[in-house]
Design a protein around this ligand. Structure first.
Ligand SMILES: [Mg+2]
Length: 200
């Protein structure tokens, strides 16, 4: 059954949901370490130390470089994200909550990929940790949250939020996933944008 979501009650994680962050991770892995064999399907755990047979220092370097300001601004959005978010912005502010520490570069990136959305309708909260998302979501009045880290989804559900898992290789749990799962932004659009009536 599709959830019936009011746009005002919906929030979004950024990395792995709006931004194809792992594509950048893999590009840097190729360019800097010659790791040409790696693909997104190898990333079967959000904790990359658990799924990649690489030195800890290399993984840490790749994560830091992926998230730095230069590479943040070069991220590619996931297919359909800019279009659907631009539509949702007609219903009110877009609320993004990220576990990144610094909001500036990812906020700039969101402005870049959403040129039609007024700057004041893009709200970014950078919590510095997944756990700290809870309090921010409470303050924002967000009930539904699109997230790619399974452990964060569990945490949200435990606290009474409705997580929506954005399907990625690192969050697949077979039939054991108890949460609604979307595989594309087109699917998110179907769950939310029937409320386009509200625009009238
Ligand atoms: Mg994420």
């Amino acid at each position: 059954m599709k959830p019936f979501i009011r746009p005002q009650e919906l929030g979004f994680d950024i990395d792995g949901v709006v931004a194809d962050t792992m594509a950048t991770f893999l590009r840097i892995a190729r360019e800097r370490y010659g790791l040409n064999h790696l693909s997104k399907e190898d990333l079967i755990s959000f904790d990359l130390h658990r799924c990649l047979d690489l030195d800890q220092e290399i993984i840490n370097d790749l994560i830091c470089t992926t998230l730095d300001d230069v590479n943040t601004l070069e991220l590619e959005p996931l297919e359909g994200a800019p279009h659907v978010l631009s539509q949702l912005a007609h219903c009110g502010p877009l609320r993004f909550v990220t576990a990144r520490i610094w909001p500036e570069s990812i906020f700039q990136w969101l402005q870049n990929i959403l040129p039609e959305v007024p700057r004041n309708l893009i709200e970014v909260s950078a919590t510095g940790s997944p756990d700290a998302k809870l309090e921010i979501l409470r303050q924002l009045g967000v009930c539904y949250f699109v997230e790619d880290r399974f452990e964060t989804c569990e945490l949200l559900a435990h606290e009474g939020f409705q997580p929506i898992v954005f399907d990625q290789p690192w969050n697949r749990r077979g039939n054991a996933c108890p949460f609604p799962r979307v595989r594309s932004w087109q699917e998110i659009q179907q769950w939310v944008l029937p409320l386009e009536d509200e625009l009238e």
